[in-house]
Design a protein around this ligand. Structure first.
Ligand code: UDP
Length: 253
């Protein structure tokens, strides 16, 4: 097969020209990085697990009417997605204090938050993804007030869905990051969840033991990242060996 045209290469994924108009192929690498690329490693099989896990979460979201860019998985490391125009924001939802909010506001990690908190970070590695307010987002034209209302609604629906799914397998969803894309249909624009949803972009703690099952294992040198991600995939029934019966898309009429 002729090599596809590379559109963009990021730290954990590569985007290729799609196999159908209006699509991209998203390839999941084994590369792992933290601290804006200051710490790097290859974790064997991470890309395969994240491809499956992102497929699982995005398929579930599509099924409950939360639109995403995901179309279908193509193979072990690739999925077909809709072409979107990415809004240059990382949208973070937090249920429990951890990471940067704990540092910034002096809240002990593990403190439950009074309600889910939505935050925005401007996607720019050279600036270390600074936190921005709604005022910044609107003033600099990254998104409109209406977009932000829609983004918050999407982010909170993703939070409810993911929290419930994870709770079902004994995992607390502490926080997560999503990216939002615009899809144009003529003059009409809609917002969809894009990029990926995987343990690279969530904090996942075992409910019983508090054990971390996410990228903090790598960031903080807590053990084997691939064991942690494999455990999440195993609990969700999406390990490559038994995936066929667990994530088959169901058609809802
Ligand atoms: N996150 C991410 N990509 C980033 C920054 C954060 O996926 O570039 C995720 C991170 O995994 C966590 C959530 O967003 O689930 C909140 O991260 P936080 O602001 O606490 O930053 P960190 O402590 O990871 O630097």
């Amino acid at each position: 097969m002729a090599r596809r045209k590379k559109i963009y290469e990021g730290k954990a994924k590569i985007l290729y020209e799609g196999t159908e108009p209006g699509t991209f192929v998203q390839y999941f690498k084994d590369d792992t990085s933290a601290g804006d690329g200051a710490k790097k490693a290859q974790i064997d099989g991470k890309g395969v697990l994240n491809n499956r896990l992102s497929e699982f979460f995005m398929t579930g979201l599509n099924q409950i009417g939360v639109p995403t860019h995901f179309i279908r998985r193509l193979n072990m490391r690739e999925q077909l997605v809709r072409q979107v125009e990415i809004i240059p924001l990382e949208v973070v939802v937090r249920n429990v204090a951890a990471g940067s909010i704990s540092k910034r506001l002096g809240i002990a990690e593990g403190t439950p938050l009074p309600r889910p908190i939505v935050e925005y970070y401007f996607k720019d590695d050279s600036l270390h993804d600074p936190m921005v307010s709604e005022e910044h987002v609107i003033a600099f034209g990254w998104a409109s007030q209406q977009d932000l209302d829609d983004i918050i609604a999407l982010a909170l629906r993703v939070n409810d869905f993911l929290s419930g799914v994870m709770l079902g397998v004994g995992i607390r969803l502490v926080d997560f990051k999503i990216e939002i894309g615009r899809i144009w249909e003529g003059d009409f624009m809609r917002l969809v969840v894009a990029d990926e949803i995987s343990p690279d972009s969530c904090r996942l703690w075992d409910i019983e033991t508090g054990q971390k099952l996410d990228k903090d294992v790598f960031r903080r040198d807590l053990g084997s990242l691939s064991d942690a991600y494999t455990e999440v995939a195993r609990r969700l029934g999406v390990l490559p060996t038994n995936v066929t019966h667990s994530v088959k898309p169901t058609v809802i009429n």
